[in-house]
Design a protein around this ligand. Structure first.
Ligand code: HEC
Ligand code: HEC
Length: 307
């Protein structure tokens, strides 16, 4: 069983590293086991924020730090030149031990020991006269590196990088606002306190660019609160009209949720029945192509001051 999981994991690693090298996304292969599925996330940097390891072979209790330290010392002296300072392979041609089937399958040095003692001597892995204890210590060290290693593609260790998007000129943003937005909005009226309502500048920028939170806040009371919904008016051939929140529209049907709460769906045949959609955020979509990057930065820098 362990061997099978190991294989699945190795396959995932391989796919992930190929994807990284090609700079492309690997097509999502059906995971062989739930564990492999968890591993795929890790391969894409899924635990980049330093979360716990998700590969089965990496899920180990932390070892005795004294043994890890001793194993590291032995590794540095005997193995580092070939397997590298970070175990990912070194100048003298040793393979990556963090991607090694042997290491992934090893529990406590039992698979590593024969190799250290010369089982692969004909393939360039020299025989060492290390005691069983020393081999166990070095194995413990290797497993500890694997246990605490971060997923491929994960950001470098250290505090998470916080992207600062407030880089524009607030004054220029205010001037832009006066000329392009003030016909519909006011900084002291409907947008007063906007930055207190939406404190994260990224959310704030997405909100003003889109003209709302795209329904994300709906029903959850988040961010912008209740947005004016998209509505539609359907005029039937008889002249009767049905008006309400637009639930769905495509070439074949339109579904309306009138204020009385009884959803109604109408078939569409070309222009019949007549459908008028009222999307309060349509002006924002029309504005979108007119913004330069600088406009967006400046307006955001201004809007974050509307506390
Ligand atoms: C002179 C270079 C060299 C040194 C020093 C060296 N290795 Fe290796 N090691 C290799 C090579 C080359 C292979 C690949 C052998 C093969 O193709 O089967 C290897 C393979 C291995 C493997 C098996 C990897 C796999 O997935 O097949 C393990 C485990 C390993 N070495 C551990 C160690 C440890 C532990 C040390 C230090 C005690 C060490 N090696 C020192 C060159 C070296
Ligand atoms: C033609 C009118 C019009 C113009 C021009 C316009 N908006 Fe809007 N804006 C709207 C409407 C309508 C909504 C949606 C209000 C709703 O959902 O109730 C909206 C929504 C927003 C929201 C979300 C409000 C909230 O409370 O969450 C922000 C922020 C916003 N606009 C900022 C801007 C900025 C900045 C500009 C100028 C670059 C701009 N708008 C230009 C009409 C306009």
């Amino acid at each position: 069983m362990r061997f099978k999981i190991g294989l699945a994991v190795a396959g995932t690693f391989l796919a992930a590293s190929i994807a990284v090298r090609l700079g492309a996304q690997a097509p999502p292969a059906p995971p062989a086991t739930p564990a492999a599925a968890a591993g795929q996330g890790a391969g894409r940097g899924g635990r980049g924020r330093g979360g716990p390891a998700t590969f089965p072979a990496q899920q180990r209790a932390a070892a005795d730090p004294a043994i890890v330290a001793r194993g590291k010392g032995i590794y540095e002296i005997n193995c580092r030149a070939c397997h590298g300072p970070d175990l990912r392979g070194g100048d003298q041609g040793g393979p990556n031990l963090l991607r090694s089937q042997v290491v992934l399958g090893d529990q406590d040095g039992e698979l590593i020991a024969p190799i250290v003692h010369g089982a692969r001597a004909d393939k360039g892995m020299p025989a060492f006269t290390l005691s069983d204890d020393d081999v166990k210590a070095v194995a413990t060290y290797i497993h500890d590196v694997l246990r605490s290693a971060r997923g491929q593609g994960a950001p470098p260790p250290g505090p998470p990088v916080v992207l600062n998007i407030v880089v524009g000129n607030a004054q220029a943003g205010q001037a832009y606002f006066q000329s392009k937005c003030s016909a519909c909005h006011s900084a002291t009226g409907d947008l007063a306190g906007l930055a207190s309502r939406i404190p994260d500048p990224v959310d704030l920028q997405n909100t003003w660019v889109a003209g709302g939170q795209g329904g994300r806040g709906r029903g959850r009371g988040a961010g912008a609160g209740a947005e004016t919904p998209v509505t539609a008016t359907v005029t039937l051939p008889s002249g009767q009209t049905v008006e309400g929140r637009l639930v769905r529209i495509d070439d074949f049907i339109v579904t309306i949720d009138p204020p009385n709460g009884l959803e109604r769906t109408f078939e569409r045949h070309g222009d019949l029945p007549k459908v008028e959609v009222h999307d309060p955020r349509a002006p924002h979509r029309d504005l979108l192509p007119t913004y330069t990057d600088k406009d967006i930065h400046d307006v955001t820098a201004y809007l974050v001051t509307l506390k």
